[in-house]
Write a protein of this length. Structure first.
Length: 283
């Protein structure tokens, strides 16, 4: 209760480099990275749970707080390892939500993302697991999950770098699909390097038999000058039908023999609110 109250107060008092920003009080702050430190707060867990670097690099994951050159705005830049270092297969970072999303409930999550550079392989989303199990399960700790990558899959399919969702999943085996542009009926364009995108994901944590364990995605940025619904009823990865408690990110360099690349993904202004809410928490 104390932590939730502190986070709510922080969201109400938040004044960022976007100007004298007004924060919608219906949103709860997860993190906006507006601290005096150049590292993530101690609320974040940073884990390299499959470190196969060779030569071995202890704690290869890059987790920095950076400041935009044109403003005072700070954000979190994540990379699986420094450029040229490969073999960090599961670079995790995660933070507890200010409120749990109970089974039967729906909530909206808001996150701004920016691709620092391709090639890369990043995912982010929500988990109903606790830290020890998140570390153990890695990708299978996810329920709603969004993906940014231009890696080549094992079947030879080359991803474009567009934002992706889980089209369907069975026992943790996920099939991904690019978000769609309903204005032209085509898959969305690759995310543009150095450009911020706003992402809303509406998470339905009802039981599967009631139509839940799904999420829908809205986006603004790039080809989407106005907010646009770009995917409806993507599937949870595991469908455990349990309360969601952590925001999770993961990055992967790929194996030593076939690395994907260490391009970074930036995060900023991570919020949540109850129900379906398509306003932006920070103006």
């Amino acid at each position: 209760m104390k932590k939730s109250y502190q986070l709510l107060v922080a969201s109400l008092l938040c004044v960022s480099a976007k100007g004298m920003a007004e924060v919608d009080t219906s949103w709860l702050l997860i993190d906006d990275f507006e601290s005096a430190s150049n590292t993530l707060s101690s609320d974040w867990h940073i884990r390299d749970v499959q470190n196969e670097t060779n030569p071995f690099v202890k704690s290869p994951q890059i987790a920095l707080i950076k400041q935009e050159q044109t403003s005072q705005n700070q954000y979190y830049l994540k990379k699986p390892a420094a450029n040229g270092v490969v073999g960090n297969r599961k670079a995790l970072s995660y933070i507890q939500l200010p409120n749990t999303l109970n089974v039967g409930d729906t909530a909206t999550f808001y996150t701004r993302i920016m691709v620092e550079s391709f090639p890369n392989n990043h995912s982010f989303g929500l988990s109903n697991q606790r830290p020890a199990d998140i570390d153990k399960l890695a990708y299978n700790a996810f329920e709603p999950m969004l993906r940014v990558t231009d890696k080549t899959e094992s079947d030879g399919t080359r991803n474009s770098g567009a934002l992706m969702v889980i089209k369907e999943a069975l026992n943790g085996k996920a099939k991904y699909q690019d978000i769609q542009n309903p204005l032209n009926g085509k898959a969305a364009e690759p995310l543009q390097e150095g450009k911020w995108y706003e992402v809303w994901y509406v998470v339905d944590n009802r039981l599967k038999e009631n139509g839940g364990q799904t999420y829908s995605v809205y986006i603004r940025g790039g080809e989407f000058s106005q907010q646009q619904k770009v995917y409806d009823n993507a599937e949870f990865r595991m469908k455990r039908e349990a309360e969601l408690v952590y925001f999770v990110t993961i990055a992967n360099t790929g194996p030593l023999k076939q690395p994907y690349g260490n391009g970074g993904l930036a995060y900023d202004d991570i919020y949540m609110t109850t129900g379906i809410e398509l306003s932006a928490p920070v103006d």
